[in-house]
Ligand binder design. Structure first.
Ligand SMILES: C[S@@+](CC[C@H](N)C(=O)[O-])C[C@H]1O[C@@H](n2cnc3c(N)ncnc32)[C@H](O)[C@@H]1O
Length: 331
């Protein structure tokens, strides 16, 4: 086995891990992964609301705010009143700081304080708020407020049958949802180390997702993508577009793009943390496997694939007319 690279070397295995940096590194991976057909369905429906003074957008599990950036970068809802809800206060605060810096770089006229920002450019005004809280606890207070409900790399952390009806109820009649990067039961690392061990690690990792508990209740599903369809139907929602949004990270032109080597090290580290307490797997085998995966990243040899699905649709009821008077308060 080769010696560890110094931490400053390209692709080096980090000594410490930061979830914030992981979320930032994930941005380019996600941009490639998002299903273009499903995104276009959202964009077409959003264009139908373009004449509104403001569109109420609610994002669940917003992390450091990369989806809000993406919406603006892609010009999807230039006049929106966006609220992102995130359980971890430090991430919600980071989102406020990140979006502020992002807006300055793009020369928006910027006002607002802390986690509330107002971005203006010409006749376009975007209001962004990053709130700290548990979406399942806050959702009842937001009933019927949102016109567009977003989640990205999030729903697989929940118990879909109980969570979906609560979350969809935040939408107004006829409201739209775009739920992206819903994990769907395939993790692959290439090249193989030992196919039997690779397979055992993959299935045990998925089992940790299925057995995840929050406040004593099961919360998480390694096949959320495929289970979404029946759960949405049961909750009275209509799917209008669906497609794959797999993460595929592979060295191109001799290295990994952006900060994607860090993203890969973080994924391997996450697997290690999930599997270390499991008695089903010999700890020494896990240690060796993890070491070898980190070395493959350092040498620019590892390819990682995670299968995920995106869905877009709407809830029943007539959409509120764009010309109807509305408040511009956040949902
Ligand atoms: C995998 S991260 C994705 C974050 C962001 N959507 C992104 O893709 O960059 C999931 C996020 O959901 C947050 N989260 C988990 N459960 C939550 C809950 N019940 N309410 C609000 N946020 C939650 C986590 O803190 C984490 O930041």
């Amino acid at each position: 086995m080769t010696a560890r690279r110094p931490p400053s070397a390209p692709n080096a295995t980090p000594r410490r891990y930061s979830f914030e940096r992981y979320l930032a590194a994930k941005r380019t991976v996600d941009d490639r992964a998002l299903n273009a057909h499903v995104w276009q369905a959202l964009a077409d429906a959003a264009a139908g609301r373009a004449s509104q003074a403001s569109v109420q957008v609610l994002e669940l599990g917003a992390g450091i705010g990369t989806m809000a950036e993406r919406l603006l970068d892609r010009g999807l809802l230039p006049r929106m009143e966006y609220t992102g809800i995130e359980a971890q206060a430090k991430l919600a605060q980071r989102a406020g700081r990140r979006l502020r810096a992002w807006a300055r770089r793009r020369r928006y006229d910027l006002s607002g304080q802390g986690n509330r920002l107002v971005l203006r450019r010409g006749s376009q005004e975007t209001r962004l708020t990053f709130r700290t809280g548990d979406v399942l606890k806050l959702a009842p207070g937001l009933r019927g407020r949102a016109e567009v409900l977003l989640s990205h790399a999030f729903l697989d952390l929940l118990d879909l049958p109980t969570a979906l009806p609560v979350l969809l109820a935040t939408l107004r009649p006829g409201g739209l949802f775009h739920f992206s990067l819903n994990f769907d039961g395939v993790t692959a690392f290439e090249p193989a180390i030992d196919p039997a061990l690779d397979g055992a690690i993959e299935s045990l990792y998925h089992r940790t997702m299925d057995e995840r508990r929050v406040d004593g209740r099961l919360s998480g599903d390694s096949r959320t993508g495929r289970h979404l369809f029946a759960a949405l139907r049961a909750a009275g929602a209509q799917v209008q577009a669906a497609g794959a949004s797999d993460w595929v990270v592979t060295p191109t032109g001799g290295g990994y793009p952006g900060d994607e080597a860090y993203f890969l090290h973080f994924i391997v580290h996450t697997l290690e943390r999930a599997l270390r307490p499991r008695p089903e797997l010999d700890g020494r085998l896990l240690t060796r496997w993890v070491e070898r995966r980190h070395r493959q990243i350092e040498r620019g040899e590892l390819t990682y694939i995670a299968h995920q699905l995106d869905v877009f649709g709407r809830v029943r009821g007539r959409a509120v007319s764009p010309s109807a008077p509305r408040t511009t308060r956040r949902p």
